[in-house]
Design a protein around this ligand. Structure first.
Ligand code: BGC
Length: 661
């Protein structure tokens, strides 16, 4: 498998390299940064599903203290990749086994010193990560390495720790803190193969007496520990061995080989790598920006259910189960949210932090006025509940896991349907139920009526949910009765009647399904025209005053995404007509968009369009792509939904085509 390599140093790439060279193990993510970097360079050791909020700021995932700070000194001169004494510099990521390496050659007092460092987040051990520094010189030389656990960490809405303490005991340095909001005690503990001296504030020094040509090695074995967890003290070599073994297993289960196309092969390997480093190690889920930082508050969106889950279902079903369980476990919060807005059933969090909706009423900040912009994602993007139900049903289709369905799965699906039923409005004149005042996947058009994606999604999950209930009723009458008893009386018959009368927008004379009522009346301009109207590069295109709001320009695949979830409901001709119609209006302002077009392109036989969109999805983090700003809000990081989308395109898209032939 090819290694990702990058030679030379460019300060402008520090942040995107942090994403591109990310390592992780599903619980911890370590950005692809250098040991000599600090908070300013966005070093982050991000923890999945551990949240903290600081008063007046958004709640987000916590970054742990950084165990791998190190600067090598020759006298007072640091050996730093940004310095003038650099002869060569290279960083690499071994995607076959999740190892990040750097090799920098410095010119030091007439000697050539090579600094190598490798780092991995232990795939076999939830809280472990290791690093090995190797120094070699072509002359005898004494250097000093400043090492330590850095407590000055990068935060978007921090600082998250109070009561910060550092200490040293023998070869081990530790930094501990307590989170501001929920009082979690989190420690970063790091053991060194040589004891650091001159300890002060988390840092110490190790002297490196280099003998010409002989490598000097310093190992660091770190762990991020919560509450009373203990440091394991495992050796570097033992940790490395278990890590490599686990990566072998992961790739064995998930690798897809593509013949005669190195670029596509690497792009797909890289996408799968990004999914593997996010595979949850427990009943928690995956954030929209994975473990690359605190962007989007470390919250879980529909990205996981619709774009990432398929990969896990086919490759690592035990992780898929964790993802589904996460939603089942957060059903009580979803019920609370529905109730809060005056509805029945379950309305899932648009930005879920353990079920709590972290989505703010003002999720964007205007670049001109610096004022918060009222957005309605939390209140109106109701398709999230359909997405959750769709995921539970897909999980069942793939696994036949009756136990999970009786243990919360069925309840979740029916409650999601019930939410939409109670949200809907009965149009007496037209004799149909309608879903009014919603936001579809295209977030630039808020508060629209009868978004086709939303209506079809709810109809389908309802019909399939009822079938599931009936199947379980036959197989396990008593247990199913117990489940139904927890739900509103007569729920099945009410849902049946509702689903039969729910309005489903039909293709017009040209075969086009209108994205929402009145979409066709919006200004007919393409993406480039709308882009040319921007007065600021980071301007938000949607909301009440966005450049796209009154036009046909959409942020991301909407009707097209629907085809990917229910291809059998729409003929090839209809899919083609809509693909041709919507593509020129699609900005791809969300990383979720390219793969949606790629998948549909595969089904309609547009190989060229499919291939381009596949690469746009698979290479997004290799290219440092994706929007970095929504108004004044930073939205950079990795794009695991695009990685999942690339996987889907390969398997459901190109794979599907092959099957047809
Ligand atoms: C997209 C959403 C997506 C979110 C997180 C937004 O820009 O419009 O569909 O869930 O990003 O990736």
């Amino acid at each position: 498998m090819k290694t990702l390599r990058q030679s030379g140093f460019n300060a402008a790439d520090i942040v995107s390299d942090g994403n591109k060279f990310l390592t992780g193990n599903g619980w911890l993510g370590y950005r692809g940064t250098l040991d000599e970097y600090g908070a300013k360079e966005c070093v982050a050791l991000n923890i999945a599903g551990v949240y903290d909020g600081v008063k007046g700021k958004w709640r987000e995932t916590v970054n742990a203290f950084n165990p791998f700070f190190a600067v090598v000194y020759s006298g007072k001169t640091p050996l730093d990749a940004r310095g003038e004494n650099v002869c060569s510099h290279e960083i690499s990521l071994e995607i076959s086994n999740g190892t990040f390496s750097r090799k920098t050659v410095f010119s030091v007092d007439g000697a050539k010193v090579t600094l190598c460092a490798e780092r991995f987040v232990n795939a076999a051990r939830k809280n472990g990560l290791c690093s090995r520094i190797t120094l070699t010189s072509d002359k005898d030389l004494t250097l000093v390495i400043k090492v330590g656990v850095d407590t000055d960490i990068w935060d978007l809405n921090g600082p998250h720790f109070k009561e910060v303490h550092t200490s040293q005991c023998g070869n081990v340095i530790e930094a501990s803190g307590v989170t501001q909001e929920l009082g979690y005690s989190i420690r970063t503990v790091c053991g060194y193969s040589l004891p650091p001296e001159n300890f002060c504030n988390g840092f110490g020094t190790v002297e490196a007496n280099l003998k010409k040509g002989k490598p000097f090695v310093l190992d660091r074995v770190a762990e991020v520990l919560c509450g009373g967890e203990n440091y394991s003290g495992i050796s570097y070599d033992a940790a490395r061995a278990e890590h490599l073994k686990e990566w072998k297993r992961l790739w064995k289960l998930s690798r897809i080989e593509i013949s005669d196309d190195e670029r596509a092969q690497f792009a797909l390997d890289y996408s799968i790598y990004h999914l593997l480093i996010l595979a949850p190690k427990g009943e928690y889920s995956i954030a929209a920006r994975g473990l690359s930082g605190q962007t989007y508050k470390g919250a879980v969106f529909w990205d996981t259910e619709i774009f990432m889950l398929p990969f896990f279902l086919h490759s690592l079903p035990e992780c898929a189960k964790n993802l589904v369980r996460y939603r089942i476990n957060t059903l009580p919060e979803a019920r609370k949210k529905a109730k809060y807005y005056g509805y029945g059933g379950a309305f899932y969090a648009w930005e879920s932090q353990d079920g709590f909706d972290a989505c703010s009423d003002f999720n964007v900040q205007d670049v001109f006025t610096h004022r918060p912009v009222r957005t309605y994602f939390k209140d109106k993007q109701i398709h999230i509940s359909a997405d959750v139900a769709y995921a539970v049903l897909s999980y069942y289709e793939h696994t036949g896991d009756d136990g999970l369905m009786l243990g919360g799965g069925l309840e979740t699906v029916l409650e999601c349907a019930e939410f939409a039923r109670t949200y809907s409005y009965y149009n007496h004149i037209k004799g149909r139920y309608e879903l009014l005042d919603v936001i579809g996947p295209d977030e630039y058009h808020e508060r629209v009526n009868n978004n086709a994606f939303t209506n079809y999604m709810f109809r389908e999950i309802t019909v399939r949910g009822i079938k599931l209930a009936e199947k379980l009723q036959k197989k396990y009458p008593t247990e199913t009765e117990e489940v139904l008893k927890k739900l509103p009386d007569g729920i099945i018959s009410k849902l049946k009647e509702w689903a039969n009368k729910l309005y489903l927008p039909q293709p017009d004379g040209m075969g086009i399904i209108e994205q929402f009522d009145g979409y066709f009346k919006a200004e007919d301009v393409n993406v480039e025209e709308v882009r040319s109207r921007l007065k600021h590069p980071n301007e938000y295109w949607g909301g009440s005053g966005g450049v796209a709001t009154a036009t046909r320009v959409i942020k991301q695949a909407d009707v097209i995404m629907l085809f990917n979830l229910f291809p059998e409901l729409f003929s090839k001709e209809i899919q083609k007509a809509n693909y041709d119609f919507y593509l020129p209006y699609t900005e791809h302002g969300s990383s979720l968009s390219h793969c949606a077009y790629a998948l549909t392109a595969c089904r309609i036989g547009n190989a060229e369009g499919a291939y381009k969109a596949f690469l746009d999805s698979a290479e997004i983090d290799l290219r440092g792509g994706g929007k970095q700003w929504a108004g004044e809000i930073y939205i950079g990081g990795t794009h695991p939904a695009a990685s999942g989308g690339a996987w889907m395109t390969a398997v459901y898209g190109f794979g599907y085509k092959r099957k047809e032939n």
